[in-house]
Design a protein around this ligand. Structure first.
Ligand code: TXA
Ligand code: MG
Length: 306
């Protein structure tokens, strides 16, 4: 695996690697993505192989600029409102795929929709602009493992399997994007960096969370996901032989946020799980309020515990 800095000459080489069909991990504001040219079927299949990802779990296509998605997906008025309000940023929209686009079939795993996102990270945006093609990118972790928020996490999980890594330091949001579908009504398929309240404010209508019993619209929503190797216990106080992941002023091994700041806790979550996983002891996790971005934190914690 080649490592690239964020200097322009390095980014140009990373983009050339992508254009040549290579796999390149790169930072976004949410987590590190594992990118491939979304119009190159062989390259996209390489993503599934590198991650050990089930072939039925579709990928998000990343764009440098909101205007670029029009060539690939239908953008009804609600989509336009959300794009204007939250792009670039941690929001992914699942929209009807137009006919006859160059998107490789494996990106959508055969679905009639395409997930699209414009990340808000200067390195990601520069790399996407240089690549000059949509980039399919799941989180840059082996399938089912904890998502990567630092270059170290990517190196630990995938260095043998991929062509390059752009080192852009730690990710700021720390949780994956919120995924929203608009059909039949605005629905959150995966909670994330953009909250339900923020979505409702912009749309002026109710936004639901996809129910547990819905048929799986986002296969990444399978119960066991983001899982450490060790056992995880939620809403807990620490027991003997357990590591304690804290939230708030009480003593603990790693604190998500001593001041109970949910944004800070989201940013620290995956790095904390990686670090405690490495200690090899079961993890007890303090209760986290289920409001705002806390909803996304608890979603990831439940999957880690499943
Ligand atoms: O923040 C993020 O979204 C990160 C960064 C790298 O952009 N990416 C990410 O990708 O989290 P991934 O592959 O780990 O999660 C993508 C999720 C999966 O749950 C997948 O099932 C869902 O998006 N998805 C992709 N295309 C879809 C579609 N057409 N319909 C429904 N769900 C879709
Ligand atoms: Mg993922």
């Amino acid at each position: 695996m080649r490592e690239f800095t964020t200097a322009p000459a390095d980014l140009a080489q990373a983009a050339a690697l992508l254009r040549g069909g290579g796999l390149v991990a790169f930072p976004t504001e949410t987590v590190y993505g594992l990118g491939a040219d979304a119009c190159n079927e062989d390259a996209v299949r390489g993503i599934y192989a590198a991650k050990g990802r089930p072939s039925f779990n579709p990928l998000i296509a990343h764009f440098a600029d909101p205007a670029q998605v029009d060539a690939f997906v239908e953008t009804p008025p609600h989509a336009r409102q959300l794009m204007a309000a939250f792009w670039p940023g941690p929001l992914t929209l699942v929209l009807p795929l137009k006919h006859g686009t160059a998107i490789a079939p494996s990106v959508t795993a055969g679905l009639p929709t395409l997930a699209v996102r414009v990340p808000n990270h200067p390195v990601a945006r520069d790399l996407l602009a240089l690549a000059a093609t949509p980039i399919a990118a799941p989180s840059a972790n082996p399938s089912g493992r904890i998502s990567p928020t630092t270059p170290d996490h990517v190196r630990d999980g995938l260095s043998e399997q991929i062509g390059g890594l752009v080192n852009g330091g730690p990710c700021t949001v720390g949780l994956e994007s919120t995924i929203v579908t608009l059909q039949p009504t605005p629905t959150i398929l995966r909670p994330g960096g953009v909250t339900r309240a923020a979505l409702q404010d912009v749309l002026g209508c109710a936004v639901e969370f996809a129910g547990q019993t819905d048929h799986v619209q986002a296969p990444g929503q399978l119960a066991s996901h983001y899982a450490p190797r060790v056992a995880v216990r939620l809403n807990a106080t620490p027991g003997p032989g357990e590591s304690f992941l804290g939230f708030g002023p009480d003593p603990c091994d790693i604190n998500l946020s001593p001041s109970c700041d949910l944004q800070e806790a989201a940013g620290n979550l995956f790095a904390a799980l990686h670090a405690l996983d490495a200690l090899g002891q079961p993890i007890a996790v303090a209760p986290i309020p289920d409001t705002g971005i806390g909803r996304a934190i608890n979603d990831r914690l439940r999957r880690a515990a499943a």
